[in-house]
Design a binder for this molecule. Structure first.
Ligand SMILES: C[S@@+](CC[C@H](N)C(=O)[O-])C[C@H]1O[C@@H](n2cnc3c(N)ncnc32)[C@H](O)[C@@H]1O
Length: 404
């Protein structure tokens, strides 16, 4: 086990610049107060890492791409410059395994190559289910594509590292892979939840669907509970929830009739097969953004004038702080890192959910305190012990405070 891979308990508590990490000087974690130590595979510029830092976890990313590593360094996130395929992990190295493997082959799951990739991966998982630990090269030869094999690296490190918690995400097409991994993980003693989540339902000002796998050894785990309504849902039973956070709120703009013009068109249908026929989706400023990708989109004002979206727009609609220090000497490199990232507000909700099962439950008679978001009034009830750890971040990204 190389020294620089383990996530030490005594790592400096400042894993992030102060303005990015409100509760960074206090640790969150186990009953004895020791922090949760996270290993963040394919860590990118750091959506998960920012969320982990806000929760007071100690995290270490593993990333091969220089610009993403430079961004992480500027943000103060510890990073191991290594190919995940060369990583060796052992029990005790980390408590939480975070992973967002690259997704090129699965983004095309409807296509022939995507379907082939999926069935090959499921075949690869059968090897793990049989109690084997196939080498990466062997998996690549079964899967026939080395990028596709990367999606099984989280499973390998769950088996070799035996962490208490897992939090993985990918494009929705990967859900069958997560479900097959769940079968293997259940046999290893994990309680697993897999499903698709919609980012706007967790306070992100953007519709972005992701397939998620959450697992813990602490006890049964249900679905993470949404905090906001879906953008469009006729049968939403959680009607008491607030509407999704709009682009106007997130960007601090007045709704002057400007529309967001998506950089991609809707899915093919029987009547509209080409992108030109389908046109671009348009969203009002009063709605959450379309999915932010590595490409810019345009704003279209009521008089038809079009302007290109900025990096600030992309950061805020991905729920990053506007001053997050994304590095890169070209706009496309900067935008790709942002588009690749997990929205930190979604990541924080998922991490809270999976790790909460291990955090001490309030004792009978414990006084529950009300904590409110000064920006949108969102309220939760929590214990004083949690507040000593740090005030929670509202799904809208604002640090919450005690209701007086
Ligand atoms: C989907 S992005 C992850 C984004 C990240 N979760 C975030 O929030 O910023 C995948 C990342 O994996 C990195 N990557 C791809 N192959 C890798 C490998 N073999 N080892 C380490 N990192 C790799 C890419 O450079 C990219 O930054």
């Amino acid at each position: 086990m190389p020294d620089d891979l383990s996530v030490p308990n005594d790592a400096p508590s400042e894993t992030c610049t102060p303005e990015l990490s409100p509760p960074s000087d206090i640790l969150t974690g186990y009953e004895d107060g020791s922090p949760v130590r996270a290993l963040d595979l394919f860590s990118g510029m750091g959506g998960w890492s920012l969320a982990a830092s806000r929760l007071g976890f100690k995290s270490s990313g593993v990333e091969i791409w220089d610009p993403a590593r430079e961004t992480r360094e500027a943000a103060g996130f510890p990073t191991v410059a290594r190919d995940v395929r060369d990583l060796i992990t052992s029990p005790g190295d980390f408590d939480l395994l975070i992973a967002s493997p690259p997704c090129q082959t699965f983004s095309t799951a409807g296509s022939g190559s995507g379907r082939k990739a999926l069935s090959a991966v499921l075949e690869g998982i059968d090897r793990f289910a049989a109690g084997e630990l196939p080498a990466y090269d062997e998996l690549t030869s079964i899967l026939g594509d080395e990028r596709t094999a990367l999606v099984l690296e989280p499973l390998r490190h769950a088996i070799t590292g035996e962490p208490d918690f897992l939090a993985w995400e990918q494009v929705p097409n990967v859900r069958p892979v997560w479900e097959a991994c769940a079968t293997v993980l259940s046999k290893l003693g994990y309680f697993v939840w897999t499903g698709n989540v919609s980012a706007e339902r967790f306070g992100v000002p953007q519709t972005r669907r992701r397939a998620v796998l959450l697992a813990t050894k602490a006890g049964p785990l249900g679905a993470p509970l949404p905090t906001h309504r879906a953008l469009r849902s006729s049968s939403d039973t959680l009607i008491d929830l607030p509407a999704p956070v709009s682009m106007a709120e997130a960007l601090g703009r007045d709704d002057d009739g400007t529309q967001q013009r998506s950089n991609y068109s809707g899915p093919p249908s029987a009547t509209k097969r080409t992108a030109a026929e389908r046109g671009r989706s348009m969203r009002a400023l009063s709605e959450p953004s379309v999915t932010i990708t590595g490409r810019s989109f345009q704003w279209e004002s009521p008089d038809g004038t079009r302007t290109r979206s900025t990096v600030r727009d992309a950061l805020l609609l991905q729920s990053f702080p506007e001053d997050f220090p994304v590095q890169g000497d070209r706009g496309d490199i900067v935008r790709l890192q942002i588009g690749n990232a997990v929205p930190p507000v979604l990541a924080e909700a998922l991490l809270r959910h999976v790790v909460a099962a291990k955090l001490p439950a309030p004792k009978q008679g414990t006084r529950m305190l009300k904590v409110i978001c000064p920006a949108d009034g969102y309220t939760i009830r929590t214990t004083n012990k949690w507040l000593q750890v740090g005030f929670p971040t509202c799904p809208c990204g604002t640090v919450m405070r005690r209701e007086i």
